[in-house]
Ligand binder design. Sequence first.
Ligand SMILES: Cc1ncc(COP(=O)(O)O)c(C=O)c1O
Length: 373
Amino acid sequence: MKVKKTGVALPAIHEMGRKIQQLSEQSGQEYLFLQRGINSVVNIDLREVVKTINFNTSEMQAYPPSSGRVELRKAINNEYFGGKTDITCISICGGGMPGIDNAFQIIDVRKIYLPVYHWGNYHNAMKIRNIEYDEYETFDDLKKIMPELSDCAVLLGDPGNPFGNKFDDEEFFAAIKQLNDNGTIVFYDSPYRRVFCGSDDNFYQRLLDLENVVILDSFSKSLGLSGQRLGFVHSKNAEFNHEMAVRLAFATNGTNAFSQILIEKLITTPEGKKAVNDFKTITVAEITKNIKYLDDAGLIANELYKGSTPIGIFAIINITEEDLLANRIGSVSLAKFTLSRKAEAAKYSRVCVSIPHEKFVEFFERMRTTKNG
Ligand SMILES: Cc1ncc(COP(=O)(O)O)c(C=O)c1O
């Protein structure tokens, strides 16, 4: 069989997960799975919400519309956009990743700029689709090359992956607006934002005035439901939305109806809102304690945060992946999140800080005692 090879490897995180699982089984010892990108403080408690769902309906059992169920798109409009957008601007996808992949394919640009340190999936998706890559480090770097960016796209995220860092909203908005006004397409991919805020957050509403901004979001992190594979894409551009509908129709035949109904219930019903609120309150409290612990212990790589603050669900620490693994802590080397800075990044690791504080401290204290003793 002749195969068209992309040259792209499977995500490093899967390999690391297998390795840690194996080490744990062989040694019979507990390992911390901090290499993952999921909230693991608690599960969202779906018991009361599931009781509100009727499984024996045609909505549940038949094909949903390819751009997503109208009820879910209305719920997203109310929850994320204060009811101020049009549901034809919202497309439902099977998670954040397919939204990103389709959006990258739809736009006609010379290249897409990614941050120097970025989630590897962006670059791999671009490689598979033969999309030209370039990189930037700071907003100031982008400002210096504004004229060159008018036929390009720029990807931004806040809080970002791998740093788990948050910039000032005003500063971020100003950068997005400048790019938008320059004719640059801006992908605003921030699936971690809603872990830390709720429907009173009006950032997406402010982006509605910017015609070149494409918002990419997912329920994997903010609701802890990565297994349900649900996300959405928002664009004000009718042609973009038509192409997205076409791709969703012919590449997926629509997105799982059950997960759409479940998420709609979570963001609209009293039972759902309570489950979401409880999940986020407990999760953010533990994340905050874990980041403070790392900071107090001098482990956060503050020199990399440049004008931003670590808020989670990740943090970059100044210990290597190998040293962490020797102390039974899974992580991903920062070198796996960059193409151009691998050497300097190798001394840092990305850890997920969304796990119970007590467990987190237990492992890191043991490592610190061993090192100092
Ligand atoms: C920055 C970023 N964007 C998008 C996603 C996509 O999320 P998913 O496909 O799990 O919904 C992730 C997942 O880890 C991510 O880290």
